[in-house]
Ligand binder design. Structure first.
Ligand code: AQP
Length: 342
């Protein structure tokens, strides 16, 4: 365990791969805003280098990166309070990523379930980047000496790897340099599930658009998707135990609770006994009231791309004030000869 006291600092990122959805909002973005408004320095990132671990059309990647930046701001990230960046503008992420490729062990990487899920049966044809990406994610976090990382539940294993990498680096070089980061996986919706299949997480890459609510969906589309969301024939229970073995019902209640800043118990105390025919329109109304202002603001910001590009440039300038000295110190620890003044 680390003896050094590190400044409380938050880092987290989202891939600019399009189809930003309700799971990204509730599992990540909404939590990012909470932490920005608490006692932390906050750094939020569009992880474009991660995005290209699977093929991205270059024009789409640029559009999705700016759209994600607009999404962050529309959801409540203030680019003055938080540092808002796209990963490729801060080269120290990739530079530390290489060092961590040399710290992480093959056996650790081979245990990553997300690689197995994403590569599927086609692992021989997956990119080397997809396999190595959790080591770059560790670098994204540790290049800021971040102490806390808010994420959805699907990222838990990658954060454990980040802790393992920091521990091994500190141990191998006999230093107390990288913090042992705390994952922050909190709230009622840390794993939002697909509307078509309650055993699968809501995901950008699901071919069924009806499986997710996109942050850019209009009010009618949101209401329609919720109305059609898979459920079971029973009504809502009055207590959380009544949702066991009912993944689709639990998902909708979790979403309601997270959108309304309530606990699941509070929601069920109010809603227990209602049928889905009554609950779904209430959920749709709540979702529209929370998401419509965000999508309207995203669209407005997307009309002013120069402003978005300026925000990203300013963010990377501020980020590099933190990352450049940490990279230099890492190189010193590892034994890389520094450049002298000529
Ligand atoms: N369904 C989800 N519920 C809660 N949180 C979620 N997150 C993603 N899906 C859910 C959280 O959103 C943040 C950003 O995720 P990402 O875009 O970087 O990576 P991802 O997990 O690959 O997102 P997707 O939507 O699942 O993309 P694909 O389809 O490409 O796999 C993370 O904090 C994540 O936990």
């Amino acid at each position: 365990m680390s003896e050094t006291t590190f400044t409380p600092r938050v880092f987290s990122g989202i891939q600019p791969t399009g189809n930003l959805h309700l799971g990204n909002y509730l599992g990540a973005m909404k939590r990012f805003v909470d932490m920005q408004n608490a006692d932390f320095e906050t750094v939020y990132c569009m992880v474009d280098l991660h995005a290209i671990t699977a093929w991205q059309d270059p024009k789409d990647l640029m559009k999705s990166t700016r759209e994600l930046c607009a999404g962050f701001i529309a959801a409540g990230i203030d680019p003055e309070k938080s540092i808002l960046i796209n990963q490729s503008q801060v080269p120290e992420h990739a530079q530390l990523g290489w060092i961590f490729n040399c710290v992480a062990r093959m056996g650790w990487m081979q245990r990553m379930t997300q690689f197995k899920d994403k590569a599927g049966k086609n692992a021989q044809n997956a990119s080397l980047g997809l396999f190595a990406y959790p080591a770059l994610m560790a670098a994204d976090i540790l290049i800021y000496h971040a102490t806390h990382v808010p994420v959805g539940e699907d990222q838990k294993q990658h954060l454990e790897l980040t802790r393992d990498i920091a521990t091994k680096f500190n141990h191998d070089y006999g230093v107390d340099f990288f913090p042992i980061t705390e994952p922050v996986i909190e709230g009622a919706a840390t794993r939002v599930m697909s509307f078509r299949d309650g055993s699968k997480k809501m995901s950008k890459s699901d071919p069924s658009d009806a499986s997710r609510i996109n942050m850019t969906d209009d009010a009618d589309t949101i209401a329609k998707k919720i109305r059609k969301a898979k459920t079971d024939p029973e009504g809502l229970p009055s207590e959380a135990e009544g949702l066991e073995e009912r993944p689709e019902a639990r998902n909708l209640v979790n979403i309601y609770a997270a959108l309304n800043d309530q606990s699941v118990d509070q929601v069920l105390a109010d809603m227990g006994g209602k049928q889905f025919s009554e609950f779904k329109p209430m959920l749709a109304e709540l979702a529209v009231s929370k998401l419509a202002p965000i999508s309207t603001e995203m669209a407005r910001l997307m009309d002013n791309q120069d402003e978005i590009d300026r925000i990203l440039a300013r963010g990377s300038q501020r980020a590099r004030e933190i990352t450049a000295p940490i990279l230099r110190k890492t190189y010193d620890i590892v034994g890389m000869v520094p450049p002298v003044q000529l």
